[in-house]
Ligand binder design. Sequence first.
Ligand code: ZN
Length: 197
Amino acid sequence: MFIENEDGWIMTLSPEAGRRFFDLLLTIDREECDRVQALGCPDCLGPLDRGDNARKLRAGPLQHLAVGLRRANLCCRDCRHRQMPESVVFLGRRVYAGFVVVLASILASGLTPRRLARVQMSLGVSAQTVGRWQHWWRSAFVATPPWASRRGDFLPPLNRLALPTDLMARFKRDANPGRLLLMLQFLAPWSNLREGR
Ligand SMILES: [Zn+2]
């Protein structure tokens, strides 16, 4: 897995590092689900049971690790209230993993057609889909409630037309995939919104 963009940041993941990265994402999701489950139902304080959903996930070069993955979901035993914990793997209702959405959106901006083709091959996303995501960041994404509450955390203000690259750039510039992980954790409140394709 090798990707780069015009700014020169490069992400290389050996198969072993790819597995560690994906395992870390799954661990974060599992801990978040356990935490939410332990709190009980927000409506009636009843116990929450797991009612996970089978979800096909397209995870680019880490596809082999995503086989049989399920989206965590919780259901109240008493009032049937359903609650989907936040995730760093899934992003909304998309079939693509969050990290694929982020990387493809960033890497596709400003690339020559030849390099864009390489990015598409590496991540398994069509140019049309990436174009749709780039439009999403700059329109629907900035109209969501989590954005309204968190955009003020960034100074100088984020450039909407440079999303998501400008957003990613604000996270500590430590070794990748550390920065990508911070980005996915920031995006977790978007993971259970019922919007985005
Ligand atoms: Zn309940």
